[in-house]
Design a protein around this ligand. Sequence first.
Ligand code: BG6
Ligand code: MG
Length: 229
Amino acid sequence: MQELSINQSTHPFACIFDLDGVLVDTAVYHFQAWKQLANSIGFDFTEAQNEHLKGVNRMRSLDMILNWGGVEKTTAEKEVLANTKNEWYVAMINKMTAAEVLPGTTELLQSLQEQGVKIALGSASKNSSIILERTQLTSYFDAIVDGNVVSASKPDPEVFTKAAAMLHVPAHLCVVFEDAQAGVEAAIAGKMKVVGVGTPENLPGADQYVENLSQITAQDIMGLIYKED
Ligand code: BG6
Ligand code: MG
């Protein structure tokens, strides 16, 4: 393929990043807090089960965990449990630093920003602003779409289509970065290209796979959209 220059007037594109597991490794904190909650009710769940919680919003995660423990709770009780888990989780993320940004992330965001590529966040989390602030990533984002502004959880494409609309970029010119199967499915449903941060076994259907963001450049991302040029 002929090397193209990243020129936003001739080859426009935008990037939409999931947060947990793509930009920062917060999955470990979610796991710790949910585990503590399950233990407080009297049961436990495994790391393998935890994999299924990636990309899934807070209330749906709680329902899945209670189901694994064979525990039934009322809506009011679930509200209390979700709030308790979140208090523990927020105490952990409030101690995060820029050192917890995953490899290659800051470099890629900086390179995209320097070349005028629009950047959005597309996350299920309601805690995205704390995490972005603590890890000093906020200033890279032109739009932030998170669990506070979406009603449908991934694999529904709402989070990504809203992000594309806020960036004023059509879906077919957007590349999504995701580490969760529900997120890859959401990007495909939104008719966007998707880079899987993981493996083809864990994330079937992505257009490309990376272990982390150090393995992809702004030029590679553009190549996913302008393949035939
Ligand atoms: C996703 C995580 O990004 O956000 C899920 O992968 C989490 O594990 C979800 O449940 C909601 O996060 P929060 O911070 O709103 O509880
Ligand atoms: Mg994720």
